[in-house]
Design a protein around this ligand. Sequence first.
Ligand code: HEC
Length: 126
Amino acid sequence: MKMKLAIAALLVAVVPTMAYADGDAVKGKKVFKKCKACHTATKEKNKVGPHLVGIIGRAAGSVEKFKYSKAMKAKAGEIGNWDEAKIKEYITNPKKFLGGKSKMTFKLKKEGQRDDVVAYLKSLAK
Ligand code: HEC
């Protein structure tokens, strides 16, 4: 019993910093409405932002016809391929994540919504 408690306490401590909480893709589809002004994730078509088809596992700053910010270009190599944790961190505060001015001025402040929207993006990849 004590062991179980210890494990539970450990999970509570570790999970938020890993930012790997599983979101809800159905709710995430609604959250994605906030992104839609600038992104589509179902067509390879750029809007104000680059399309997000296959974004999980895709190299940062790699949509050919999209003009990324200098900050994104400078950081893309270091970011490597987008995974769930990196996307969540990026959309929390793009400028802070890139360490320079991102062309994406939008911030998604609610952690639950970040989990959900990433779950939605993940669901599209299946
Ligand atoms: C106001 C427009 C706008 C909104 C709203 C917006 N974005 Fe963006 N997004 C951009 C732009 C512009 C870029 C390119 C950033 C750069 O070059 O610095 C971008 C880049 C990205 C990237 C990196 C893409 C790549 O090819 O490396 C991801 C991931 C992303 N956005 C996710 C989201 C998600 C998820 C949401 C909704 C929660 C969202 N964005 C909302 C404009 C927006």
